[in-house]
Design a protein around this ligand. Structure first.
Ligand code: ASP
Ligand code: MG
Length: 418
């Protein structure tokens, strides 16, 4: 069996969905399972609904209306005939969403988030499945929540592999085009959970693992995995082959092409992962598989913007040692601040972090009692795997280098604009 993942960008409008059909015509759809994300930016739009819901905003209704309007336009573009049963099916899903908003009593933000945001994937797969049928491809729509079982950690659920494996082995029919939702699961009480933003790749890997699939293909609007983001670097090149290990390293340093959790299950069973262009489906794209680490062997650039560089030094010139460091890390964890780089000397300790939840001020208040805290906001962290002199120059040129760390394979530089 082959597992195909189509992300939001590939199904963002009617022509995108028609293109999914033509990709399937080109590469075949026998013995295929499609894992599909919410259409376009629907997840973000539903996040706004959730925000309005909790803020008791007067915009709540109109934000739901936006999501409806967007999908309705796609339906009209695809089916024209409003008598097609897909209209009723999608309408029913919006009614379920509205029912939830009107009746929910849970104050648990993460729980509510998952119950609402999941409609993006439920609706996109409903539309896609009806469209395939409409075009003459028979499909089986699977509610992924009957397959992927998780714990109740809403927004970042942990997969129960044994239950999931049993469900998938028993209930996925082969020989037909299966369509299911990425990103979602369900907890022991059958409430909807999600696997973390951009989690659909991971769903594809879960199914591939449990089905012993022959491969996973992630269909993208780029030709494959590049050695650098072409928006920021000239001469970005396509990587033909990446080993699992190298891909895990790249994901660890923040390469966003592949969701980090996706690789482990695939690597365990040596299932190859292809990243291909949905515009040119016959091109080879990138293969992440057993084999050479990197081909062609090029420096790989990963950029993280909007970082915070914090330096702590002891007030009394005492050393910063195990006990302080573990205390500092416990605080980072508590304030959900992600550490991307560490450097320490005898009396000072520097970290480059990401403060997604705007917690640094609160943390700083605590740290300042014990340490002298210096910080620089809005810095950029460059990581170069397999760096060379030219690559290093590219990131350092015309910038102020605040910190630099070099190991055998990897160079990391924290910079500030001049
Ligand atoms: N729709 C979800 C998100 O945007 C999951 C995914 O696309 O992978 O995060
Ligand atoms: Mg997405």
């Amino acid at each position: 069996m082959r597992v195909f993942k189509f992300g939001g960008a590939s199904v963002k409008d009617a022509s995108g969905i028609k293109n999914v059909y033509s990709v399937l015509q080109t590469v075949g759809y026998e013995d295929v399972l499609l894992v599909v994300s919410a259409m376009g930016k629907t997840t973000n739009a539903l996040e706004l609904v959730i925000k309005n819901y909790f803020d008791k905003s007067t915009e709540l209704k109109s934000s739901v209306q936006e999501v409806k309007k967007y999908h309705n336009q796609i339906l009209i573009d695809l089916f024209e005939d409003e008598k097609n049963e897909v209209f009723a099916a999608v309408n029913a899903q919006f009614s379920d969403l509205e029912y939830f908003l009107a009746h929910n009593k849970s104050p648990n933000y993460n729980f509510v988030y998952d119950q609402i945001v999941s409609f993006g994937e439920l609706i996109s797969t409903t539309i896609l499945s009806h469209f395939m049928n409409f075009m003459g491809i028979q499909t089986q729509w699977l509610d992924v929540r009957n397959f992927v079982k998780t714990d109740a950690t809403y927004r970042d659920a942990e997969v129960d592999w044994d239950l999931t494996q049993a469900n998938i082995a028993k209930n996925v029919k082969r020989q037909i085009l299966n369509i299911t939702q990425g990103f979602l699961g369900s907890d022991p009480n059958n409430f909807t959970t999600t696997l973390g933003r951009e989690g659909s790749d991971y769903t594809a890997a879960i199914f591939a693992y449990c089905l012993n699939a022959e491969s996973v293909t992630i269909w993208k609007d780029v030709p494959g995995v590049m050695n650098a983001d072409p928006r920021y670097f000239e001469n970005a090149s396509l990587l033909n082959q990446i080993s699992y290990r190298e891909a895990i390293e790249l994901a660890f340093y923040g390469a966003t092409v592949i969701h980090p959790k996706t690789l482990q299950p695939l690597q365990k069973k040596e299932i190859p992962l292809f990243v291909k262009s949905f515009i040119n489906p016959l091109l080879k794209g990138t293969s992440v598989s057993k084999g050479v680490d990197l081909e062609p062997y090029l420096p790989c650039f990963i950029v993280k913007r909007n970082q915070l560089l914090i330096s702590l030094s002891s007030i009394d010139f005492s050393f910063i040692m195990e006990e302080n460091i573990s205390e500092i890390f416990a605080l980072f964890h508590q304030f959900k601040i992600k550490v991307n780089l560490i450097q320490n000397s005898a009396i000072s300790f520097s970290v480059c972090v990401e403060d997604k939840f705007d917690n640094f001020n609160a943390l700083n208040a605590i740290l300042s009692k014990k340490f002298k805290v210096d910080y620089e906001q809005n810095v950029t962290l460059y990581t170069i795997r397999h760096f060379n002199d030219t690559a290093a120059k590219t990131v350092e040129e015309n910038k102020i280098v605040l910190l630099k760390q070099v190991s055998r394979e990897t160079m990391q530089v924290v910079t500030k604009e001049v």
